[in-house]
Write a protein that binds this ligand. Structure first.
Ligand code: PLP
Length: 282
């Protein structure tokens, strides 16, 4: 693979970052993942906007303009011949002698790499649905900032795998926050229920688009917390993320949700999302 690091396109084996990088020592960094379909970027503008918000929240400098960032994304797609896949972007506060306080004049580190995922949009899980378990949400309190501090979500994914499931939905004060790397939704009749925005969840870029499409399709959207019991009694459930788009959830803690098969509302939203976003891709 050819990757991007601090202004250079290099073979992945030649790309280097300092051992003093604060991303490595303190998880002092933010990231974005943008999907590629038909060799084009899905919702690049949404990801660029959230990136800037994450950086602002952490008083971190952005080393590139949005136009430059778009150019880098496109160049990596071209150099790595990506038709379907993901582009990972990370910006950290950069290298400095180890100290909890931020360095005075930090030089941010920026890296991007691609992951080819042939068949990303044809994921067979869209037909079978995924299984989730509920676990306690033990993450920090600023989940609206997309930091690289992903150890608890990683442990959650391992707990899910150990339980024979595909992912974990995290629960705080009896209410579902989100999945380990996705936003969580339940469906009751014609109503889509998903947690409201706040500091408790990441403001998903896919979530914005899916809720817009749901409203345009005359579905009712309720942005509010829901309980695990509500989820288990729902007609349908699904998740959204840049890498899975809209993916049905058919089982929670070993019990089927609805019929135990992917639901119609979920399937419709997935189809609309893929159609519309492919059309708008750049
Ligand atoms: N929630 C969490 C915790 C995530 O890590 C992600 C992204 O990977 C999402 C939600 C979905 O966000 P997006 O739709 O922007 O990919």
């Amino acid at each position: 693979r050819t990757v991007y690091v601090n202004g250079e396109y290099l073979p992945e084996t030649e790309a280097k970052v300092s051992i003093f990088d604060r991303g490595f020592l303190f998880a002092d960094g933010v990231y974005e993942v943008t999907s590629v379909l038909d060799g084009k970027l899905i919702d690049f503008a949404g990801h660029a906007k959230r990136l800037q918000r994450s950086l602002d929240e952490l008083q971190m400098a952005n080393p590139v303009t949005e136009d430059e960032l778009l150019g880098i994304h496109r160049e990596l797609v071209r150099l790595n011949d990506i038709d379907e896949g993901l582009i990972y972007l990370q910006i950290t506060r950069g290298a400095a002698d180890r100290d909890f306080a931020f360095p005075k004049d930090p030089v941010p580190t920026i890296v991007l790499f691609t992951q080819a995922k042939p068949g990303l949009a044809q994921n067979p899980m869209a037909k079978t649905g995924m299984k989730v378990i509920s676990i306690e949400d033990q993450r920090w309190g600023r989940r609206d900032i997309k930091t690289v501090q992903l150890l608890y979500p990683s442990l959650g994914k391992m707990m899910a795998k150990a339980a024979g499931a595909d992912d974990a939905w995290m629960v705080e004060d009896g209410h579902v926050t989100e999945g380990t790397s996705n936003n969580a939704y339940i469906v009751k009749g014609n109503t889509i229920i998903t947690r409201h925005l706040g500091t408790e969840i990441l403001h998903g870029i896919t979530r914005v688009a899916v809720l817009r499409f749901a409203r345009e399709a005359q579905m009712t959207v309720e942005e509010r917390p829901f309980t695990v019991d509500e989820a288990k009694a729902a007609d349908e459930a699904f998740i959204t993320s840049a890498s899975s788009f809209v993916m049905p959830v058919v089982e929670m803690d070993g019990a089927p949700i609805g019929t135990g098969k992917p639901g119609h509302v979920t399937a419709r939203l997935r189809e609309i999302y893929l159609d519309e976003m492919r059309r708008a891709a750049i």
